[in-house]
Design a protein around this ligand. Sequence first.
Ligand code: MRU
Length: 337
Amino acid sequence: MSTPIKAIDWKNEKLVLLDQTLLPVEESYITIETIQALITAIQRLVVRGAPVLGVAGAYGVVIALDQAAQENWTPAQLEQALDDLRDARPTAVNLAWAVEKIRKDIARGRDFILASAHELALEDLRSCIGMGNNGADWLVRELGARSLTLLTHCNTGSLATTGTGTALGVIREMHTRGFVKEVYADESRPLLQGARLTAWELMKSGIPHLIQPDSAAAMAILSGRIDAALIGADRIARNGDSANKIGSLSIALACHEAGIPFLVVAPESSVDRSIETGADITIEIRGDEELTFFKGIQISPIGARTFNPAFDVTPAKYISAVITEIQAYEIAKGETL
Ligand code: MRU
């Protein structure tokens, strides 16, 4: 059996991150000692994926407390550092949720905060088991106990959580039950979380898969190759509208046209019940160089302008169900969160 992948760890009183920007070529770890280093790592996608961003945020509060003690910060400096951490990436609600959840107990002391961060990491791991079972039960109920070809987008596995994953956790559970024929993994332009990270995880787990360009997804779906598509989410509104990696919306539209299930799999911590619809979700827009350069080489004319949203919002009407660790919300049947 392959060693479980740990995207994030707390070792010798320090936060350790697997540098996901270098995978799968290099398996290298970074020790994070300051809040500024953590914010930079989050923004560079050294650590990424909504659930694990929440865990990073929780440990970040401990790092901020340690740094505040060492550098004699004023309370205002500490608050500012925590605000900066909360806002490091705007779309995945888990980061802001975890920072706010953990920081409200700062008065109880550093050790209490560290224990709370450990607990949050454990809750995330447990939620993956719940999502895996609920998602696999849903697929078997809707499509029968048979071998399926599944499509997924971006990376939603052990690199994005502290457990087996969200959408990839369901795929793993389906594989364990003997119901995965093959997985079509979208490459997930421009940072290739699918081609680099999902393919790496599927390879390690011995799950048969193909990598396809994002632009092949609609063709794969409409040509009858795919039985169901499963994606994760960075933020889900009360009506079911779901933000996820750019390209998710196109998959949902193709699934709708083909009449096959489109599932959003995410922990309850990705549900933002303070917003009614996806119109209130802030979409992170990333830099030109992610599109105009490839591996450090300029591939576009100098000065080319870009439109580089990191996420899109799939309207609830295109979603069959939202699967969390608690239940399957039957969005297509009018259920809300
Ligand atoms: O930009 P990223 O790599 O952080 O985007 C990640 C995704 O869009 C994932 O699909 C989402 O966070 C769900 S992860 C379980």
